[in-house]
Write a protein that binds this ligand. Structure first.
Ligand code: DGL
Length: 271
């Protein structure tokens, strides 16, 4: 029986996008063990109905709770936007999510209050970022939102710097950039995988922000407050679970996390 402090942190997403949050958590908390879940068989979630996303989220949460996680990180804006009540109702352990963290990062970065938000259709439709910005004292009426549904499949394919991605990015970003934002929220955890390309297209006057660093800082604070930080000499062993194509997560993961990922397991959820 391990000490609860040395239990893993559960991080989950519809696919490979949550690796962007995982990297920030690994960098900030190198002694923490991580169990990652990416529902690669059913990605993308951002174009599915709230009912379906809620059902999938519940299945993932139950899977991770079985792994005795001490904290859950919803590393998917879409699940955070439409399924957070379901997730928190199921979880006896603390739950952190990406939307409030992204809103805080944007408010810290903006000078003009003109904030662009790019995200999946479900996240944009939910209005969750506008609500979080307003809750944090920003002016939501000055934000410009744009759904970018094709970015998730492009990132899953590993088309991180591909002419097709650039063409689509130009098309998606044009109406947002026309409103002169000084800050652009990457409101989907897949999008930071495309960050160099997006920065290139947005130009140097726009600051790109995502939730990863802020969520990692929240994780450290919550675990410290609960006395649940892993022992500093703990040598963590990370496990990655996917519902399809483990090699794809391994490939993107090794590239993005800069380390070998020997433990990518294939599992099935639901029917
Ligand atoms: N990474 C998820 C998010 O942050 C992607 C959603 C999807 O699967 O469409 O929203």
């Amino acid at each position: 029986m391990t000490q609860p402090a040395n239990h893993p942190i559960g991080i989950f997403d519809s696919g490979v996008g949550g690796l962007t949050v995982t990297r920030a958590v690994m960098e900030r908390l190198p002694a923490e063990r991580i169990v990652y879940f990416g529902d690669t068989a059913r990605v993308p979630y951002g174009v599915k109905s709230p009912e379906t996303v809620n059902r999938y989220a519940a299945e993932i949460v139950r899977f991770l709770l079985d792994k005795e996680v001490k904290l859950l990180i919803v590393a998917c804006n879409t699940m955070a936007a439409v399924a957070l009540p379901t997730i928190t109702a199921l979880s006896p352990v603390p739950v952190l999510e990406v939307i409030d963290a992204g809103a805080r990062s944007a408010l810290a970065a903006t000078g003009t209050g003109r904030i662009g938000i790019i995200a999946t259709p479900s996240t944009v439709q939910s209005g969750a970022y506008k609500a979080a910005i307003a809750r944090r004292g920003g002016d939501a009426s000055r934000t410009i939102s744009r759904a970018c549904p094709l970015f998730v499949p492009l990132a899953e394919e590993g088309f991180l710097d591909h002419p097709a991605t650039r063409l689509i990015a130009r098309e998606y970003l044009a109406p947002v950039l026309a409103e002169n934002p000084d800050t652009l929220i990457l409101g989907c955890t897949h999008y930071p995988l495309l960050r160099p390309l997006l920065q290139d297209e947005a130009g140097p006057s726009v600051t790109l922000v995502d939730s990863a660093a802020a969520v990692a800082a929240d994780t450290q604070r919550i675990l410290a407050e609960a006395g649940l930080l892993a022992d500093a000499d703990h040598l963590p062993h990370h496990d990655f679970y996917v519902t399809d194509a483990p090699d794809r997560l391994r490939g993107i993961g090794e590239l993005f996390l800069g380390r070998p990922l020997p433990d990518v397991h294939l599992v099935s959820l639901g029917c």
